[in-house]
Structure formats: C-alpha cells, structure tokens
Design a protein around this ligand. Structure first.
Ligand SMILES: [Zn+2]
Length: 456
C-alpha cells in the first residue's frame, strides 16, 4: 500500500537569551517563573524587542546545512499564530515566514526552515504554569512527505537530528529536546498528523501504529478522516485530539510590533564561510582522506564528539588502526557505560598513547581494551593505568630479543617453515610466548617471526 510520511521537526536554538526579550533561556534548572519579563509573559502593553540576532543566524546556518535557499532581500514577516492555552499568555505564538526553502537531506525534500518561539510549560495536574521556557527560540524544519516506510522515516529523522547536533546551533540535550510532528497518509485515506513525539524511537512507533490503524480502517471500507492525533509515549498508541484546524483557525497576521526581517546576501555568505561541515560530507571525506572503510566512517561520524576525537588521533597514528579501535572497542565501551564521547574527559593524547602501545606490540589488544575501559572512567596516562591495573606490557626490545633467540635455537623448525610447513611457525610462536610469559600478542609474534625468517 502506498504511503506518504513527512515531518515537522522543532528544536530549541542554542542561545542564552530568548527570541524577543533579554530573559535568559535556562528553564531547566531555574526556579519556576524566574527567567521571565513582561515581554515573555505577555503583559498588556509590553512590546517585543527585535528578533535575537544569534537565533536568526543559527536558523540561517541550519537552513544552509540542509541545502536550502535562504530568503534574502525581501521581508520575512514574523506572524502571530493564535490559539488559547494556559502556556501561551499572549494568546498567540510568533512564527516566522520561511528563512530558507527547497533544501534536501537523504533524498527527502526540505520544504522550509523557519523560526518559532517556545510556549511555557503547563502542568494540567497541578494547574501551574512555568513561563521560563516561554519565548525560547525554536527552529522548525518542515519536510515534504517523501518517506514511504517507518524504517525510512526513522533513518531520515536520525540523520536530521545528527545534522542539527553537528551544527552546534541547537541545545546540547539534542535528541531529548527534539520535538516532532509527523504526517502519515495512506493511499485512499486522509492525511493524519501526529503530535507530541519527543524522540526518534517515538516517531517510529507512532508511524507504525498509525499505519496499522489506518490500514485496518481502509480494509474494512471505512474512511480515514483528516485529523490531528496525539502520541502517547507510555502506551505507544495515538489518540484523536481534534479534527485538524484549517489554516484560518489560527488567524495568522503579521505581528504589527515587529519589523519584518530582511537578510542580506553578505550575511548569508559570511555564515556559509564559517559553518560546520555536515556529517554526510564529513563521512565521505574521512573515507578519502584516511583510507578507512565507509562502515567505520559512518559509525565514527555518528557523533560529533567521536569524530572530532578521531580526527585528532588519526593525525598522530595509523588512521586505520584508530578507525578499527573507534568503531569497535571505543564505541563498545561508551555504549556499555551509556556515555557519549563528548562526556568523557580523555584527550586525543591518551588514545594515541594507548594505540601506540598496541601498535608497538607492548600490550595485547585485550589488555588495551582493559586500559581503555579505565581511561573512559578515569582519564590519565595509559601507561600509568597499565601499571595500576597490574598489567605488565612487554617492551619491543624484549620481544625482538625473544624472537631472535627462538629463531636461532630452532633451525629445524625454521627450515620446515621455509619448506612450506605453516605449523612450524606456530611451534616457534609457542616458544616465544613461553619465553615472554604470554605478555605479547600472538598475532604480532607470528607477524614478527615471519618477517624475521624472511630476512634470512
Ligand atoms: Zn522575557
């Protein structure tokens, strides 16, 4: 059955002041209603300040990251969108006309990027409202309904969140602060919008639920009406909210208190020149520049903190070795501890130090992983950690001496190997292992033995 899925994604911009006033944007830690002023609480007679420049620049950068055309040299009106709810003291939410249009991400068309302001937070159980969040700048990204399955939609949304996170222009609690509406329509049914989705996983579940619900209605010969539904995260279902408002229900009007925004070309070009590299381009560059495979590149690029660290490390050590460690061991340790690379205080030097020990065969990869685990918990010099863990590495000189000794003492085995008997090499490796008390990596011993015999 043919289906069309689209998104409207909201994310808070990372500014320290609100959109139309000077109140701080901290609404998480501040006591209720302390970061407020007459403007963001909609007091009669209060007038908004001009739009926060940083927020506008952030929206422009985000539009550029999605390949949008930024609207320049023509007025971008700030509109009032009217509705009544306790979290909206003025009775309207300010929402701009598009800052950018006609972008694209992963084959999905981005219809527009515009700015909005967040409402306050109403608690229907207590009947209280906290206006600290009221007026926090938001960016909204609207896609065309270009996705055709829940999986495709999830993949797209993940990538979109990643691009936003990369931009550094949205609040760092990224995934958590993302809010999205999604619209789903099946062939022969009306377009249903689902609100209240707060995560990529939630979006995936909501879409899956909706498809099943709509499909069974259509199969029974019932009609799927155009409506707005809410996603109930805890129950993983959607419930009807209201029949979809028509545009005129919001009574949009340009805000008479705010001059329309006019963005000139020079401003856009300055932002373009200094903006971050989007993750999909960075992934391609990693493959080319460091010669790593695209699977590793994709894992490494999945997190800005991880890829920044990788690039710092790859400058100092074999990028392929670094890529393998990042993709497998480091990612595993971080996942296990539920950490992101950005949360960990280790430095590129720490990782380089560790990988050098592995590369020089001073420690085995297994020992390296134990050091890495400790490094994530308590960053310090990896050599010191090695001692603290009571793990004794082997120094390259000692290993070389052991190999030379074993080759000299076992001419028969060496001859056997030269005659093509592979198992002779394992016999020799066993001798080296015994001599070094199992402290050296078997694979590395084989490699060194082979090299040693070749030079004879
Ligand atoms: Zn304020």
């Amino acid at each position: 059955m043919k289906m069309l899925i689209g998104f409207e994604v909201h994310q808070q911009l990372n500014t320290d002041r609100k959109m139309y006033c000077d109140s701080p944007t901290n609404y998480q830690d501040a006591p209720p209603n302390t970061n407020v002023c007459p403007i963001c609480t909609g007091m009669p007679g209060s007038k908004p300040m001009p739009p926060n420049e940083r927020a506008v620049n952030a929206a422009i950068e985000i539009a550029l990251l999605f390949g949008c055309k930024v609207i320049t040299n023509e007025p971008i009106y700030i509109q009032r969108k009217h509705y009544d709810y306790p979290d909206l003291p003025s009775g309207y939410q300010r929402t701009s006309l598009p800052v950018g249009v006609n972008g694209e991400l992963q084959g999905v068309r981005i219809r527009e990027v515009h700015m909005e302001e967040d409402p306050g937070q109403y608690d229907p159980n207590l009947g209280t409202v906290d206006y600290n969040r009221s007026g926090v700048p938001l960016v909204e990204i609207v896609t065309e309904p270009d996705m055709h399955s829940p999986e495709e939609a999830r993949k797209f949304l993940r990538q979109l969140v990643r691009v936003l996170e990369y931009s550094g222009k949205v609040r760092p609690e990224a995934g958590g602060a993302m809010r999205t509406d999604t619209n789903i329509s099946l062939e022969g049914g009306g377009r249903v919008e689902v609100k209240n989705i707060n995560s990529v996983k939630g979006a995936y579940r909501a879409i899956k639920f909706e498809i099943i619900r709509q499909k069974s209605k259509l199969e029974r010969g019932e009609s799927v009406t155009r409506e707005t539904r809410a996603f109930l995260e805890s129950q993983k279902i959607t419930v009807s909210m209201r029949v979809k408002e028509l545009e005129e229900d919001y009574r949009y009007i340009p805000d008479p208190d705010i001059f329309p925004l006019i963005i000139d070309k020079a401003r856009v070009e300055a932002i373009r020149a200094s903006m971050v590299e989007p993750p999909y381009l960075r992934e391609q560059r990693l493959v080319k520049q460091y010669g790593i495979d695209s699977t590793a590149a994709s894992v490494i690029v999945s997190e800005r903190g991880l890829v920044d660290l990788f690039e710092a490390v790859a400058k100092e050590i074999d990028p392929k070795l670094a890529a393998t460690w990042f993709r497998t061991k480091l990612k595993k340790v971080l996942n296990y501890m539920k950490l992101r690379a950005a949360d960990v205080r280790f430095t590129p030097e720490h990782i380089v130090g560790l990988l050098q020990m592995v590369d020089n065969c001073e420690i085995t990869p297994e020992q390296g992983e134990l050091v890495l685990r400790q490094l994530v918990k308590h960053p310090s010099d990896p050599r010191k950690i090695l001692q603290e863990l009571g793990l004794e590495g082997i120094n390259p000189e000692e290993l070389r001496a052991a190999i030379n000794g074993v080759v000299r003492a076992n001419p028969d085995a060496v001859r056997d190997y030269q005659a093509g008997k592979e198992e002779a090499l394992h016999f020799l490796a066993g001798k080296v292992m015994k001599l070094t008390h199992g402290r050296a990596d078997a694979r590395k011993i084989i490699e060194l033995l082979r090299a040693k015999i070749m030079e004879k």
